[in-house]
Design a protein around this ligand. Structure first.
Ligand SMILES: [Zn+2]
Ligand SMILES: [Zn+2]
Length: 242
């Protein structure tokens, strides 16, 4: 029944590539082969303050950076922008498994998977304000985190616990994309997060996951409060950076 519905649906609305809009035969795919082939995967971590590449195992150039930035791809690529846009605004989670697969390939490239040890780690998706999440129907960072977990589990790899009850967004802010300057973004988001269980954070390593890292204002605010609560190492993991 389900399958029949899908094929009926795809006759009426043939699936199209989220980037170039060519028709795709396989309804499970979101990006056509040529667009997928154009996606360039990053091969380093980044300093969140100056954007410099940090090879795996090396220290951040800015010692005052509160986190290490892991970004799978670049937002400069059209395919990447289209994927992010589709996940965020098309009211569809269809793109999430594809994006999580790209994140997974990046993590595999950056960290030796046979040595992965997440025992003292927790993973926190950057939260949306409750009202915004209700309007969108989901939090795109959380959807990405869960899709990523599925890939790790099916590959028999350890994955940190996903905690959505620790960090909350207490301030309803206009969309970051509406703020033009870095300063505006920073003001818009200042002190917008709260932590409900500081005891879960104390002494823990944290992976913060988000879809996009632009000026770093959001990640900067989130890591500020997490560090205040005693977080040890923080990795900001995003699908794309500008
Ligand atoms: Zn395409
Ligand atoms: Zn730097």
């Amino acid at each position: 029944m389900h399958q029949l519905f899908i094929s009926f649906f795809s006759v009426l609305f043939p699936p199209r590539c989220v980037s170039c809009e060519t028709r795709i035969d396989n309804p499970e795919l979101v990006c056509c082969a040529p667009c997928t082939g154009k996606i360039i995967l990053n091969s380093s971590f980044f300093c969140p303050l100056c954007g410099a590449r940090i090879p795996p195992g090396e220290k951040t150039c800015h010692t005052d950076a509160r986190y290490l930035l892991g970004a799978a791809t670049s937002f400069e690529q059209k395919q990447i922008r289209d994927l992010v846009h589709s996940l965020k605004y098309n009211g569809t989670r269809r793109t999430a498994p594809f994006m999580a697969r790209i994140l997974f390939e990046y993590i595999r490239r950056m960290l030796p998977v046979n040595a992965l040890d997440f025992s003292n780690y927790i993973l926190i998706p950057i939260p949306l304000h409750k009202r915004k999440e209700r309007m969108r129907g989901y939090n795109q960072s959380s959807v990405l985190a869960h899709e990523l977990k599925k890939i790790f589990v099916s590959s028999n790899l350890p994955f940190p616990e996903i905690r959505k009850d620790i960090l909350a967004r207490k301030k309803y802010t206009p969309s970051q994309t509406e703020c033009k300057t870095t300063e505006e973004r920073r003001k818009n988001i200042a002190e917008c997060f709260s932590v409900s269980h500081p005891e879960y954070i104390n002494g823990k390593n944290i992976i913060l996951i988000d879809d996009v890292h632009t000026t770093g204002a959001t990640m900067g605010e989130a890591t500020k409060i997490l560090k205040r609560c005693g977080a040890k190492r923080i990795l900001g993991l995003v699908f794309a950076k500008t």
